[in-house]
Design a protein around this ligand. Structure first.
Ligand code: HEM
Length: 216
């Protein structure tokens, strides 16, 4: 299988910072358009939606890193933390936009929404679950928590599923966009259930190929 040219080691860290910078562009651009009156319709809603969609995209990108490595041999593991943290920052901005600009900090209205509208309850649960993951996304926590770190970070599957469900439930009629996000999350989560078997099967295949006598 042809592989991508490897990035020189000295560019690993700058490329991660570049990803953070790039990652914040949609939020900054959306904010600029909103602040200058160039977002169509209800600017607050548009901005809130933009942040929600990008949160979901970053969650999906985070989940895609492992299957990309398993299937295509491309190791982008070094970008996974940045993608996960970008997802968290977008969910946080999405929530703050809802709370400050949409609900104008009227706490009883926010609490009533969380309690009464199931799609907001699910979104809120996803945000709460993301907090420990964001706090422990550093080398010190990985060392401290050991095996427990991996177990804790498996919550990301629940969070992504909740995010996609929240999106589907936020609309009156589920359309192709919501279906696509639900499908992508389902495939990426399902991959975890079969990946060990797949890797074993591929290893066995390679061993078998090597043990075959070469023709000629
Ligand atoms: C992992 C967490 C979350 C993700 C991935 C997420 C994602 C999304 C997405 C994709 C949309 C629809 C955007 C569109 O229509 O284009 C949306 C809408 C919305 N979300 Fe979230 N969200 C999350 C958490 C939250 C939280 C914590 C709240 C507030 C407590 C919230 C409140 C809302 C509201 C009010 C809407 C708009 C519904 C409307 O159209 O009026 N979300 N979210």
């Amino acid at each position: 299988m042809p592989s991508l040219p490897a990035l020189p080691k000295r560019l690993h860290s700058p490329s991660i910072w570049a990803l953070y910078l790039l990652g914040f562009i949609p939020a900054a651009w959306g904010f600029y358009l909103g602040a200058t009156g160039r977002l169509p319709g209800n600017a607050v809603k548009e901005f809130e939606h933009l942040l929600g969609i990008w949160a979901l995209r970053f969650l999906i990108a985070t989940l895609a890193i492992t299957p990309i490595r398993d299937l295509f041999g491309v190791n982008w593991l070094r970008y996974r933390r940045a993608l996960g943290l970008l997802a968290f920052y977008y969910v946080l901005m999405h929530f703050l936009t809802y709370m400050v600009l949409d609900q104008t900090l009227v706490l009883p209205a926010v609490l009533a929404d969380i309690a009464r509208r199931p799609f907001i309850t699910i979104g809120m649960a996803a945000l709460v679950l993301l907090i420990p993951l964001a706090i422990t996304s550093n080398n010190w926590s990985i060392r401290r928590l050991g095996q427990r770190w991996s177990k804790l970070h498996r919550l990301v599957y629940v969070i992504a599923a909740a995010g996609a469900l929240h999106f589907a439930m936020s609309v009156k009629v589920v359309g192709p966009e919501q279906m696509l996000y639900l499908f992508l999350v389902a495939v990426l989560v399902a991959w975890r259930a079969v990946r060990k078997r797949f890797l074993r099967w591929r290893r066995q295949g390679n061993t078998h190929m090597r043990s075959q006598p070469r023709p000629g």
